[in-house]
Design a protein around this ligand. Structure first.
Ligand SMILES: NC(=O)c1ccc[n+]([C@@H]2O[C@H](COP(=O)([O-])OP(=O)(O)OC[C@H]3O[C@@H](n4cnc5c(N)ncnc54)[C@H](OP(=O)(O)O)[C@@H]3O)[C@@H](O)[C@H]2O)c1
Length: 290
């Protein structure tokens, strides 16, 4: 099995790189910009054919949620056209795709966790372009799955955990939004499920039970709860104060509620998902030891 991981230097790609060492039954190849641009179809297709790639885990994405509001074309190019390119390239070799999407495809007006079958209605450009990317996979006839996740963090790249630890060192007090609720997700846990889906698929078919899944860590939090826990686990005595979304205006609107129902992925792949505080602890210990 030859697995190409695109966007390999991002948070998720870096975590997959670490885990790949434990799976000798598969041959992983890791690529990111500028070496392999998913928006360049000819280059991508040649790479897939020349390297006998039969599976792609797509970690490449335009993830700057606020910047996307003014860079719609670039966001659309990576999050939609790039994904369409992956689908088209895989068609030529009858290959498989694991693609990652986001809780931001929902508008946040639910009050019970979102199921895969719930109506999507993104409220920002990032979510809109990610939805188009989902459809490129879901409407194709390749063996592909889309995994929606939320509030991703890792010891790699830039994310909320690292930002809070840095601000916690610099300031005595910090205001953090308490009226947006979601589930923090350690990219290492998501990396594990990406590999599990490929290796545990029934009849060698990733999408044998469906092609859309939700995955986040267990439990729920507001950004305020998340920040408080980061300070506690990081031994940081910066005081975290709850503030409202209206007091922290951002260019992009974000859903107030984006909890994902994960029953389907847990049943289909027989997995237990770690509680967000346990995974956060693991990540912070890793960051401290870096
Ligand atoms: N981060 C979150 O909170 C979050 C939440 C929900 C879902 N997700 C989804 O989870 C997935 C992984 O996110 P992440 O946080 O690991 O993302 P990330 O850290 O931003 O990594 C994305 C990687 O893709 C690369 N990339 C951008 N354009 C590319 C292109 N045209 N061709 C090849 N590579 C390209 C980026 O390179 P550059 O850095 O050079 O641009 C970066 O290395 C994404 O699909 C994202 O939409 C993320």
């Amino acid at each position: 099995m030859n697995i190409l991981v695109t966007g390999a230097n991002g948070q998720l790609g870096s975590e997959i790189k670490q885990l790949a060492n434990f799976y000798k039954e598969a041959n992983f190849v890791f690529k990111d910009l500028p070496e392999l641009d998913i928006c360049n179809y000819a280059e991508l297709k040649n790479f897939v054919i020349e390297n006998k790639v039969n599976t792609i885990i797509n970690c490449a994405a335009y993830t700057a949620v606020d910047k996307a509001e003014v860079e719609k074309d670039i966001a659309q190019k990576v999050n939609y056209k790039g994904v369409q390119n992956l689908v088209d390239a895989l068609k030529t070799v009858n290959g498989k795709l694991v693609h990652i999407s986001t809780d931001y495809v929902f508008n946040g007006e639910n009050f019970v966790p979102y199921k895969e079958s719930d109506t999507v209605s993104p409220i920002g450009i990032y979510g809109e372009t990610k939805r188009k990317g989902e459809l490129a996979v879901l409407n194709s006839d390749i063996d592909g799955v889309v995994i929606r996740t939320s509030w991703l963090y890792s010891s790699y790249g830039n994310n909320f955990v690292k930002t809070m630890l840095k601000l916690g060192d610099e300031r005595e007090e910090l205001g953090v939004i308490f009226d947006q609720i979601g589930s923090p997700t350690y990219a290492k846990d998501l990396a594990q499920i990406c590999i599990t889906i490929i290796l545990k698929s029934k009849n060698n078919t990733l999408s044998s039970n469906g092609n859309l899944y939700h995955y986040s860590n267990e439990g729920v939090a507001s950004w305020y709860d998340f920040a408080k826990e980061i300070m506690i686990l990081g031994d940081n005595d910066c005081k975290v104060k709850p503030i409202e979304t209206k007091d922290y205006p951002t260019p992009a609107k974000r859903p107030h509620y984006s909890i994902l129902n994960k029953s389907k992925i847990k049943i289909d792949f027989d997995i237990e998902i770690p509680f967000w505080k346990d995974s956060l602890k693991e990540c912070i210990i890793k960051l401290k030891n870096k």
